[in-house]
Design a protein around this ligand. Structure first.
Ligand code: CS2
Ligand code: MG
Length: 416
């Protein structure tokens, strides 16, 4: 079974996605997600100009060899563009191998270790009453674990907090707009938001106090710090949130600084998660071998595909660290399906982020995975279980979009 052709499909059903499709000489097709939010065309070019010419004629069954050929053979290793491109090839080849076997991908990864993958949804509110409504909506939609984000008094819009919504309103957990509106603003320039870490640190413990008072002690609650704190600020936040028993505190400090997690760890027992901006197992060596984190946040899409993610998660398992794969709406349904097959198969599964794609996105990507009683299942469709509708994709042409830029109140560009 040889690779006959490969192509990238760039489409924008509400937000931009880049997908690689590989076709074999016996007519099988496989899909891989190559979406890098805000830098989509760089990966499309990396694939079209530098990778696809290498694929034609290769044995489609040799996934590990192709991975190493693209990674070691290029000389220039790692980085989000390279690793998203390799991820797309790798995922498409796993899709093909599983289709050829007539099995869902999770069977090739060792079979199911559980009945489904516990998912967490994104509740948010500009103030506490709006947040509590959003949590109620998510519970009604079946979620059993909730990420909690709020506005901060004195600040304008905050990334990760929906600008509108409310119980039953448009953009609730059953619809896409609530989430899609913020990370995919289509414009010539990024929106700029204002941030004040001290105001945030003063506000957040009271938010969790209100949530626990309303929903009790059992509901798993998560929070994303979006890389905005210094290590000592993060240590302080972790300590102040201990009474509210978080499932995790995510991305407390900028991802490049692995030693920062050591300082946070020395001060707090709040579990720590990091890794959505990482792209290689090598980003985790200090964090795992020194047991500085509790959850690995990488996505299949940004970390070199199913092959690399499985190795990373096996490495994490040695240190008792669990998975918490990135699942925002900028990971396409193809990337989400790949994550779900791993979630079902690996032993050290922790939780899966699940924001739900918009109706437009799901017109282009025909999925078969399911969400019921708080659990996701990839389905038993052979392969990944996702197909791309070319006619629908063509109706949504690419449009430039940027993630926001974050500035402190004095105008200094800040991490986010
Ligand atoms: C967020 C994401 O899902 C998360 O945890 O941090 O929304 C993230 O900001 C985007 O995926 C960036 O592309
Ligand atoms: Mg995050």
């Amino acid at each position: 079974m040889r690779i006959a052709s490969a192509e990238t499909i760039t489409t924008s059903p509400g937000r931009n996605f880049v997908t690689l499709r590989i076709t074999t000489d016996d007519g099988l097709t496989g899909l891989g997600d190559a979406t890098l939010n805000g830098r989509e065309l760089a990966v499309a070019s990396y694939l079209s100009d530098h990778v696809i010419p290498l694929l034609t004629g290769r044995d489609a069954a040799r996934i590990e060899d192709t991975w190493q050929y693209l990674y070691r053979g290029a000389y220039w290793r790692r980085g989000p563009v390279t690793m998203a491109a390799i991820a797309a090839v790798d995922t498409a080849l796993w899709d093909i191998k599983a289709k050829a076997a007539g099995m869902p991908l999770y069977q090739l990864l060792g079979g199911a270790s559980r009945t489904g993958a516990l998912a967490y949804g994104h509740a948010s509110g500009r103030d506490i009453p709006e947040l509590l409504d959003s949590i109620r909506e998510h519970l009604a939609a079946g979620y059993r674990a909730i990420r909690v984000q709020t506005g901060v008094p004195g600040l304008g819009p905050v990334y990760g907090v929906a600008s509108s919504g409310g119980a039953g309103g448009a953009g609730g957990p059953g619809g896409g707009e609530r989430y899609d509106y913020e990370p995919a603003r289509r414009a010539a320039l990024p929106v700029e938001e204002t941030w004040d870490t001290r105001a945030y640190l003063r506000h957040l413990p009271g938010v969790f106090e209100a949530v626990r008072a309303e929903f009790g002690p059992e509901l798993p609650l998560l929070h994303d710090g979006h890389h905005r704190m210094t290590p000592i600020q993060a240590a302080k936040l972790g300590t102040s949130l201990e009474p509210y028993d978080l499932f995790w505190l995510e991305d407390a400090t900028p991802g490049e600084d692995q030693a920062a997690l050591r300082l946070i760890r020395q001060h707090t027992t709040t579990p720590l998660a990091i890794g959505e901006v990482f792209n290689s197992v090598h980003d985790y060596t200090t964090l795992l071998t020194e047991r500085l984190i509790d959850y690995v946040r990488s996505a299949v899409t940004h970390t070199g595909g199913v092959t690399a993610m499985k190795k990373l998660l096996d490495f994490a398992a040695v240190y008792g660290v669990k998975s918490g794969m990135h699942g925002p709406t900028d990971v396409s349904p193809v990337g989400m399906a790949a994550a779900l097959h791993l979630d079902l198969a690996i032993h050290n599964f922790g939780i899966q982020e699940y924001m739900r794609h918009s109706a437009e996105t799901l017109e282009v990507f025909r999925t078969s995975y399911t969400f019921a009683d708080g659990l996701l299942h990839p389905s038993d469709t052979p392969g990944l279980g996702v197909e791309l509708d070319d006619a629908a994709a063509a109706r949504f042409p690419y449009a430039p979009a940027y993630l926001p830029v974050n500035r402190l109140t004095d105008g200094t560009v800040h991490d986010w």
